[in-house]
Design a protein around this ligand. Structure first.
Ligand code: SAM
Ligand code: SF4
Ligand code: SF4
Length: 475
């Protein structure tokens, strides 16, 4: 009776029919579906994409082709390799030998890369974005300032307004840094893992002393100077159970622009699937708090927004044709895990002389979509998934063109959450007392955002965070 892309989800007395490609959604009572007399009437009320006929999966294979070409919008500049902190989980610092000196990006190389990136292919790109990143970048405030100035000089000459963002642990913020931030309009993201007793379990100095108090003091200094900032939180065993309370704490103590939740990378203490599923469950609980305050959680929105807007997420990660990473020595490539090992990257000189958007590595990565993976073709979560992390897929399958199965439970849990939370938010039970079916329109679906003004929000790295979401008008 139904289109082959329709899946059925049940909860108590209710059923949701969901088209895995168009993401259109119908709610009805179990009893309506089993009532033969009502079936005919039901079919006449159903949108076309629920009925037998078009193969939406074949349709989407064609429609995504133009989106599989590179569009390099974001440059992550990893400018250094050492840190003033020694966070217990740090993917960069914990791997280094004890007295590692580390390379710091040369100013001239940095400026050369910025100019090349900003003047490179702009086709279809409204605004480019540069992120000053690394270990702790504020150990080198003069370098940060000259890179920022280089961006703003390019902007002035070319009448553009590049988005400029930096990530910091917040320990070294002072009046000089505030001046740099203000003069160059740098959006600042600060890493905080929770209130003092949680943050100080992981984000410590080499001596073992926690960093919360100094970070809080510096955040207050930013706020006194009228600077709002985002928060980046690494989610691991030290804070995952308290995530919803942590959101409350952040909103009250820091009034952040948004809060990024980054799952801890796979390690021997955190079995990958169990941790990842728990991460999704807890992130969604945290989201329910955050949306009441109108605060967006970008990583959670990456699953929710495609469902709400019915905009398919055809790629997971901006490394797949949307962004570049450059290391301190100028080596440039896609994903930092690979660039760190000198894989899938090219030297500075090659980049500056030849560019990269036509490079075969970039072209190959741009083709990575779950819609090209046979194993994903029947999956209910295919349109909001993205196929997971490229690096993890490589670790699991020795092939970047394969799904990262760690993401499966995460995406599927996210989809079911969206389906039944939406039903609750629109008070579906009440509507089904007077109507046989509900086909939520876009305004109803946006109930999932709560007080988050997702349509008008201008948030840090908003484009980067919605990478891979496209409107294909299928169905
Ligand atoms: C590597 S740091 C660099 C910038 C700066 N030093 C800071 O801490 O904000 C960038 C972000 O990566 C996160 N991070 C570090 N190690 C991680 C890991 N193993 N898994 C997940 N996130 C991690 C940090 O919490 C931080 O928010
Ligand atoms: S402050 Fe950032 S770079 Fe430094 S150890 Fe902590 S997470 Fe790593
Ligand atoms: S990676 Fe897993 S969840 Fe994602 S589309 Fe493929 S099978 Fe589905």
């Amino acid at each position: 009776m139904f289109n082959k892309n329709v899946r059925m989800f049940s909860k108590n007395d209710y059923v949701c029919l969901y088209n895995i490609i168009t993401m259109n959604t119908i709610y009805l009572k179990q009893s309506t579906l089993t009532n033969k007399e009502k079936t005919k009437e039901l079919i006449s009320k159903m949108p076309q994409d629920f009925l037998k006929g078009t193969n939406h999966y074949e349709q989407i294979q064609e429609s995504i082709k133009p989106f599989l070409l590179p569009k390099l919008k974001t440059l992550f500049m990893i400018i250094n390799e050492t840190c003033n902190l020694f966070c217990k989980y740090c993917r960069y610092i914990q791997k280094l030998p004890k007295n590692h000196v580390g390379t710091v990006m040369d100013k001239t190389i940095g400026k050369g890369i910025i100019e090349k990136f900003l003047s490179g292919d702009n086709t279809g790109i409204e605004r480019k974005s540069i992120v000053i990143f690394g270990t702790e970048i504020l150990q080198h405030p003069d370098l940060v300032e000259s890179l920022a100035k280089c961006v703003r000089e390019f902007d002035a000459k070319n009448n553009v307004n590049t988005e400029l963002t930096m990530f910091t642990n917040g320990v070294l913020i002072n009046n000089k840094v505030i001046k740099i931030i203000k003069e160059n309009s740098i959006v600042t993201i600060i890493s905080i893992d929770g209130p003092k007793e949680i943050h100080d379990q992981a984000r410590i100095y080499r001596s073992g002393k926690g960093s919360y108090e100094i970070v809080k003091k510096n955040c207050d200094l930013l706020r006194e100077n009228g600077i709002r900032f985002g928060i980046s939180t690494a989610v691991g065993e030290h804070n995952i159970d308290a995530l919803p309370d942590i959101i409350e704490h952040f909103v009250k103590e820091f009034n952040p622009i948004n809060i990024g939740l980054n799952p801890m990378e796979i390690n021997k203490d955190a079995p990958k699937d169990i941790f990842y599923t728990k991460f999704m469950r807890q992130s969604l609980k945290a989201f329910e708090i955050a949306r009441n305050y109108g605060v967006s959680l970008p990583q959670v929105m990456r699953r929710i927004r495609p469902f709400v807007e019915r905009r398919q997420r055809i790629k997971e990660c901006p490394t797949c044709g949307g962004s570049l990473r450059v290391y301190p020595n100028g080596r440039i490539g896609t994903c930092s895990h690979f660039v760190a090992n000198d894989e899938y990257c090219i030297p500075y000189k090659t980049y500056v002389e030849d560019g990269i958007s036509k490079n075969k590595i970039i072209r190959q990565w741009s083709l990575r979509t779950q819609f090209n993976f046979p194993k994903c073709s029947e999956c209910e979560a295919i349109s909001l998934c993205g196929g997971g992390c490229v690096y993890n897929a490589f670790l699991q399958n020795n092939d970047i063109m394969s799904p990262d199965h760690r993401v499966c439970s995460h995406s599927k849990y996210g989809l079911e959450w969206c389906i039944w939370k939406l039903f609750d938010d629109i008070v579906g039970k009440k509507i089904l007392e007077i109507s046989d079916i509900i086909v939520p329109d876009i305004e109803m679906r946006r109930a999932l955002y709560g007080k988050i003004d997702e349509v008008n929000n201008v948030l840090p790295l908003q484009e980067y965070n919605s990478f891979g979401e496209v409107s294909l008008n299928i169905g």
